[in-house]
Write a protein that binds this ligand. Structure first.
Ligand SMILES: NC(=O)C1=CN([C@@H]2O[C@H](COP(=O)(O)OP(=O)(O)OC[C@H]3O[C@@H](n4cnc5c(N)ncnc54)[C@H](O)[C@@H]3O)[C@@H](O)[C@H]2O)C=CC1
Ligand SMILES: O=C(O)CCC(=O)C(=O)O
Length: 481
């Protein structure tokens, strides 16, 4: 990453052209302005050995990257108010939009911001991210992170967070609702009634008790669903690329084909990966039982829609439920049409016993509120403290918080290419000070070093920062104090 391209004020105030006196003001102004609960290490803060009674604990020093009011945050896709509030409470400038943005508008907006929060629609491709010269962190307020070029982000020092399980239960409950709805053809009956048609039938309508549910991807969602389905008397089998212990009496099968041959209902809960694209296509549908049902709440690319439509039209499958699509509208409105999305949209609307929902698996008050808190806290901890716990594209690095008893300490964060010899060079630079603690870890081509050093005067910070920036291995340097 060419260092000159970055103009984020990485050292408190320096790149905003502030002098040292105003730097000092920025620092002292930041004391006590934060809710201490934002410290990720508050719960495992190491005490000075025996020096403090419980009434005299040193209070946590809140590190700030630079004046918090300079931190620009863009939130897209209606991120929950819980998340917006946490970010606003920090004093950050937060712009929150209800929709995602088309690429040209996104590129325009992303140039300025330090933090972006998205859900599943916003595509943060390398092409978009290359314009994001100030961006240090991305928050995916959802589970899936396939919409972000994670590797490009890491290689350019942009950390990515998500919420790994806060909406899993909501998705699992939707699946249960849909399994019964499909088994009883409730979608069609309800549509008929809305058109004034009374159609009392039992042909092709079933109880779910005793039927076999085949879960593909037995992670957070799949395993929750497993428990709920067994409670309704279903037999549960699952297929996963990893060997996993089944909950209750659920049984793992060795191949996808075995699952497809045995299941009455097949539900998909895998991430979008190169190997899950078209995981279910004509060949796999052929392996399913005649009269079975297919439910997809993972990603639209996992199912070959034309193959599904022909299986529904021919009667091979008795129904389907789709929550996700090969491409999805960026905002609410009359947009689920072939002219906007592709011929498959009208084809799907034309087949019976097919439930179509607008990617609402995780859309409950409970899930969105919890995700808002979880991801916003990760963002604050990263911006203010540099900690990467639970990051999806960076090594996980955290140090206990600095305290108010450590006034001349600074926290150095050095994201660098994972090549030999870097630590020696960094420690030569830090060696003029006392390195109190240091943690470093790598993930693929990128390494993340965090060090708390003491005896640093404010006047020395700029040079310290510059020496680190000048190292050839540098991806990004931040100095927090
Ligand atoms: N419709 C919606 O609103 C939502 C959709 N999702 C989607 O559901 C996906 C799954 O969510 P979680 O259960 O939380 O993820 P998870 O990561 O906890 O579980 C995914 C499971 O899939 C397995 N897997 C990966 N590749 C596989 C393959 N080729 N074949 C079989 N198994 C494979 C993994 O080993 C893992 O156990 C997410 O990645 C996301 O794309 C998640 C939440 C909401
Ligand atoms: O709620 C959303 O916007 C996306 C849900 C989802 O697909 C996910 O969490 O991966």
């Amino acid at each position: 990453m060419p260092s000159a391209a970055r103009d984020i004020p990485i050292v408190n105030g320096h790149s905003n052209g502030r002098d040292e006196a105003s730097l000092a003001r920025t620092v002292s102004n930041s004391f006590g302005t934060l809710d201490l609960s934002t410290s990720p290490s508050a719960t495992f803060h190491t005490q000075h050995s025996g020096s403090y009674g419980s009434a005299q604990k040193p209070s946590t020093k809140q590190l700030k990257p630079f004046a918090t009011q300079d931190v620009k945050v863009l939130l897209l896709e209606n991120v929950n108010k819980t998340g917006q509030d946490i970010l606003r409470k920090q004093g950050y400038q937060v712009e929150a939009l209800k929709t995602s943005l088309p690429e040209d508008q996104l590129i325009d907006k992303i140039r300025d911001v330090h933090v972006i929060g998205i859900r599943s629609k916003t595509q943060l491709s390398a092409n978009v991210l290359k314009h994001a010269k100030n961006l240090i962190v991305i928050g995916c307020f959802c589970i899936g992170t396939n919409q972000v070029d994670l590797q490009y982000a890491a290689q350019n020092g942009i950390c990515v967070f998500n919420s790994p399980f806060s909406n899993s239960r909501s998705v699992a409950e939707l699946m249960i609702g849909e399994i019964i709805t499909l088994a009883r053809q409730l979608g069609d009956r309800s549509n008929e009634m809305h058109q004034g048609v009374w159609n009392k039938v039992s042909a092709g309508c079933w109880e779910v008790r005793g039927k076999t549910l085949g879960i593909v991807g037995y992670g957070h969602v799949g395993s929750q669903l497993s428990v709920l389905a067994e409670a309704m008397g279903m037999k549960v089998i699952y297929y996963d690329v990893v060997n996993l212990m089944g909950l209750g009496t659920a049984t793992q099968v060795h191949t996808l084909e075995q699952l497809l041959q045995q299941a009455d209902f097949v539900t998909l809960h895998v991430p979008e990966l190169p190997e899950t694209i078209n995981l279910i296509s004509a060949k796999e549908i052929e392996q399913m039982k005649r009269g079975a049902y297919l439910l997809n709440a993972s990603r639209g690319s996992v199912v070959d829609i034309p193959a599904l439509v022909s299986a529904l039209q021919s009667g091979k499958l008795a129904g389907a439920a789709l929550d996700v699509y090969p491409n999805e509208p960026g905002s609410n409105g009359p947009t689920f049409t072939s002219s906007k999305l592709g011929s498959w949209a009208d084809d799907l609307r034309g087949v019976n016993n097919v439930l179509l929902t607008p990617h609402i698996g995780g859309s409950t008050e409970e899930a969105q509120s919890a995700i808002g808190v979880e991801v916003a806290e990760s963002l604050v901890n990263y911006v203010n403290l540099g900690t990467t716990s639970a990051a999806v594209n960076m090594p996980e690095v955290t140090l206990r918080s600095l305290t108010m008893d450590e006034p001349n300490h600074v926290r150095v964060i050095y994201i660098h290419r994972n090549v030999p010899g870097v630590l020696r060079k960094v420690n030569e630079i830090l060696g003029d000070h006392n390195v109190d603690k240091q943690m470093t870890d790598s993930r693929g081509e990128v390494a993340y070093l965090m060090a708390d050093i003491s005896n640093v005067n404010v006047s020395e910070i700029k040079d310290l920062y510059q020496h680190l920036e000048d190292l050839g291995s540098r991806i990004r340097t931040r100095v927090l104090y």
